[in-house]
Design a protein around this ligand. Structure first.
Ligand code: FE2
Length: 183
């Protein structure tokens, strides 16, 4: 499966533009992480791009979310490493995260929302002028973007990435696709 085929499938299964942008952002950060860690950029990016492909189809049911997504990813031709990362990113299944790829997807998932929210409160609502230290400040402000799971973000330690470095890498990755994100 090419990256374009994967994206087309995401768009065929997801109507909500923000959800598509969330997956594009996750893809960009996963690719940047893979580059940083010497892992397979294409594989890690694909996990990010496909991880919530079933989010609308499963209509918020956490017991089917990511199981259907894993099936869809497999049908598209994703390998078992990607399929397992998608399955284990939803803790409702009790499927343990076993690989660096699994852990990476888990901690990247909430980071896109934090960075997006931090950009949207800026006067220009743009990522370009957002600094990593502002994102860190927003992270520490508990009343900000309360839906963002802070603890999950700090799991970046599990893949050998320091928190500050993770925020910076995530921000830079999202900045490179700012136009696609409309930010
Ligand atoms: Fe997600």
């Amino acid at each position: 499966m090419t990256r374009e085929e994967a994206l087309n499938s995401v768009k065929a299964n997801v109507e909500n533009e923000n959800l598509i942008k969330h997956m594009l952002a996750a893809e960009a950060i996963m690719r940047a992480l893979a580059r940083c860690l010497g892992e397979d950029e294409g594989e890690w990016g694909l996990a990010g791009l496909l991880h919530d492909i079933d989010a609308e189809l499963t209509q918020g049911n956490m017991h089917t979310h990511s199981k259907l997504g894993a099936d869809l990813a497999r049908e598209l031709g994703a390998n078992e490493a990607v399929v397992h990362a998608i399955l284990s990113h939803n803790e409702a299944h009790g499927i343990p995260r076993e690989t660096k790829l699994d852990e990476a997807l888990f901690c990247v998932d909430p980071l896109t929302g934090l960075i997006t929210a931090a950009a949207l409160v800026r006067p220009d609502k743009k990522l370009a002028s957002l600094e990593a230290k502002s994102v860190v400040k927003k992270f520490k402000q508990k009343s900000f973007a309360t839906g963002v799971n802070r603890q999950q973000i700090t799991r970046c330690n599990e893949i050998g990435i320091e928190f500050d470095q993770f925020i910076e890498l995530g921000l830079m990755a999202m900045q490179t696709i700012a136009a696609d994100l409309g930010l």
